[in-house]
Design a binder for this molecule. Structure first.
Ligand code: SF4
Length: 170
């Protein structure tokens, strides 16, 4: 199976895209087109590079210091099937999984393959970037409408549980 990425590197280390040291998979393609988006070059679904997810898995095998992986973009949920396989693989290796989406948690639940991906996500940062709610003091998100969600607990209870410790300002 293939996945279209925004970067030549399959995994990019980061300390700002989720808690701890993370390896980010920057997916290509996003139709949310949020005003003020930091990565408009990731919008085009035909840009970037297409890679085999087996190559991504091999890179995951080489991680040692990282706490987990982060699926970002673009919006990784537009490539939900490939991301599900990657997230499942990472979790099998003991890594935690964060994901960013311009969709809300509630809307992701309505689409079969997106809901399936959520089963392998520990923490979701959801919702579009809203420039009038932008704040540089927020942890791990760009605007205050975005929520940092405990996905397993939210799926179990059928309602959104936000992770309170990330509410505090930087
Ligand atoms: S969802 Fe993210 S990548 Fe897509 S337009 Fe909005 S801010 Fe940009």
């Amino acid at each position: 199976m293939k996945i279209r990425l925004a970067t030549k590197e399959l995994l990019v280390d980061s300390i700002v895209d989720g808690e701890g040291l993370r390896s980010v998979i920057w997916t290509q393609g996003c139709s949310h087109h949020c005003k003020g988006c930091h990565n408009p070059e990731t919008w085009d679904f035909n840009a970037g590079i297409e890679v085999d997810i087996e190559d991504v898995k091999r890179e995951i095998d080489n991680l040692s210091l990282q706490d987990g992986i982060t699926l970002s973009g673009g919006d990784p949920f537009f490539q939900a099937e490939a991301c599900t396989e990657i997230a499942q693989y990472a979790k099998g290796k003991g890594l935690n999984v964060w994901a960013y989406s311009g969709f809300t948690f509630e809307n992701l639940l309505k689409v079969d393959d997106m809901r399936e991906l959520l089963k392998y996500v520990d923490v979701l940062v959801d919702g579009p970037f809203e420039i009038n709610k932008k704040s540089l003091t927020l942890s791990y998100r760009g605007s205050s409408n975005q929520r940092i969600i405990n996905v397993p607990k939210s799926l179990k209870d059928g309602k959104v549980h936000q992770i309170k410790k990330y509410d505090r300002k930087k």
